[in-house]
Design a protein around this ligand. Sequence first.
Ligand code: FES
Length: 107
Amino acid sequence: MAKITYIEHSGTKHEVDVDEGMTVMEGARDNNIPGIEADCGGACACSTCHVYVDEKWVDRLPAPDPMEEDMLDFAWQPDPKRSRLTCQIKVTEDLDGLVVQMPEKQI
Ligand code: FES
């Protein structure tokens, strides 16, 4: 179980517990948190699960694979350092305290 904070573009915060083995996207979806659409259901084929990872967490997450990096090119205003696709981030205990912020919109 990891506590993850999702911050909407408006600044509204949602702090939820997400089970290990789920993805950060599934944690948002299952808790009805707005701002992550996940149109492709987690197949790394849509980029609508895009977030900006809090600066402090950027280097603590496993690096994105080439497929995620390619798909991030299609996200809304990607940040080369902080942008990630939440469907590609598996929740582990090490992610306890993770903070992510949603973009202004998903494409
Ligand atoms: Fe489509 Fe993540 S849900 S790329």
